[in-house]
Design a protein around this ligand. Structure first.
Ligand code: NAP
Ligand code: GLV
Length: 340
């Protein structure tokens, strides 16, 4: 895979980059940021995405369709259904997010296409602050006080100490490791769970199927930061949630598909689980009819725990394209068998 990517991009002819992004405005923003950093390359917006009819004036942003078909590299998020059939000579795809499930589940994805993801690119500190903020809210009983305020009730409740709230993080890769270290520095006891052994300052990392029940049993607040893969789909079901310490919390900042929503609601309704903070959902936007919207113990944010930071991300991608053009390796290449 590495050799393929390094070989692919060292073309003699000028490289053509195509941007595809499902959000209006994002295609143009990426074109602007990348054109500044890669001024010698042709950078187009795919006509099949919302910004496809637009483009930077003065750039070669409206190539004829024959040229578009010869794009060498794609950069983007959630390409349209016919994207890969229109870009048949594509050699690499840079995801404008850390996750690549939007690509690996694309029915038209060509086998063997090199996929490169964002690595941190400014998301780590945001994710770490989001999780710390949630933990401090839990510790300070802020949900209970918000409910009391609605009832005009003045009643002091015992706060939780750091020791009361041992944290378990499922997935301690680029982002999970930063979250873990941040929470540990803030005085929480933090364990991580990954597929392989690793060392993170202040965090005990467990791995392997046999360690899974013990990891859950040691956690009262469970943070999800693993990718969505066939192995993590529905990983957090009733059985997993029941292994958590009593009156636990779930913080899902990974992907909604990791959680069995009906089981989560049942655990919250039974009172075994005290609350959940959900930033991600199996279907996004979360449908208005979804019961999670109205659950008293659920906090919802619209997939904003660590938004892509376009400046640092464009800088990272431009740096990697430069490395590949020089025939060097670059990090962040996805193992499509593994799923991340
Ligand atoms: P990463 O560096 O690839 O880390 C993934 C971690 O998950 C690794 O520690 C990996 O274990 C672990 N893992 C993989 N499969 C697992 C399994 N079956 N059981 C337990 N652990 C497993 O990814 P990242 O950059 O930290 O990003 C993680 C995820 O966060 C992304 O895939 C994305 O879904 C999500 N995300 C969400 C937002 C948001 O705004 N909500 C923003 C960015 C990213 P090994 O270390 O052993 O390989
Ligand atoms: C966001 O969800 C990402 O994967 O970067």
């Amino acid at each position: 895979m590495l050799a393929r990517a390094a070989r692919v991009i060292a073309y003699d002819r000028a490289m053509h980059i195509v941007i595809t992004h499902n959000e209006p405005g994002a295609g143009l923003a990426w074109q602007r940021e990348l054109s500044r950093r890669l001024p010698d390359l042709q950078i187009s917006i795919d006509p099949g995405c919302p910004d496809g009819a637009a483009g930077l004036p003065g750039t070669r942003s409206h190539p004829a369709s024959a040229e578009l078909a010869s794009a060498d590299i794609a950069i983007g998020w959630k390409p349209p259904a016919d994207f890969f059939s229109r870009h048949s000579r594509l050699q690499a795809f840079f995801s404008t997010g850390a996750g690549v499930d939007h690509l690996l589940r694309h029915p038209g994805l060509p086998a063997g296409l090199t996929i490169i993801r964002l690595e941190d690119a400014g998301m780590g500190p945001l994710m770490a602050d989001y999780c710390l903020h949630e933990l401090l809210r839990i510790a300070g009983r802020h949900d209970a006080y918000a409910a009391q305020q609605r009832d005009r009730c003045w009643q002091e409740l015992p706060a939780f100490s750091r020791e009361d709230l041992p944290v378990g993080i499922v997935g301690v890769g680029v982002l999970g490791a930063q979250v873990g270290a941040h929470l540990a520095r803030a005085g929480f006891t933090v364990r991580g769970f990954a597929r392989s052994a690793k060392s993170i300052e202040g965090v005990e990392v467990m791995h392997g199927d046999r360690a899974w029940p013990a990891f859950l049993a040691a956690s009262r607040v469970l943070i999800l930061l693993a990718p969505h893969t066939p192995q993590t789909d529905k990983l957090i079901d009733a059985a997993a949630l029941r292994l958590l310490q009593p009156q636990g919390w779930l913080i899902n900042v990974a992907r909604g598909a990791l959680v069995v929503e009906a089981d989560l609601i049942a655990e919250l309704d039974s009172g075994r689980l005290a609350g959940a903070t959900l930033d991600v959902f199996r279907q996004e936007p979360l449908p208005a009819s979804d019961p999670l919207w109205h659950h008293r113990a659920v906090r919802i944010t619209p997939h904003v725990s660590a938004p892509t930071q376009i400046g640092p991300s464009a800088e990272q991608i431009a740096g990697k394209i430069g490395a590949l053009r020089r025939g060097e390796r670059c990090s962040g290449q996805v193992d499509s068998q593994r799923g991340y």
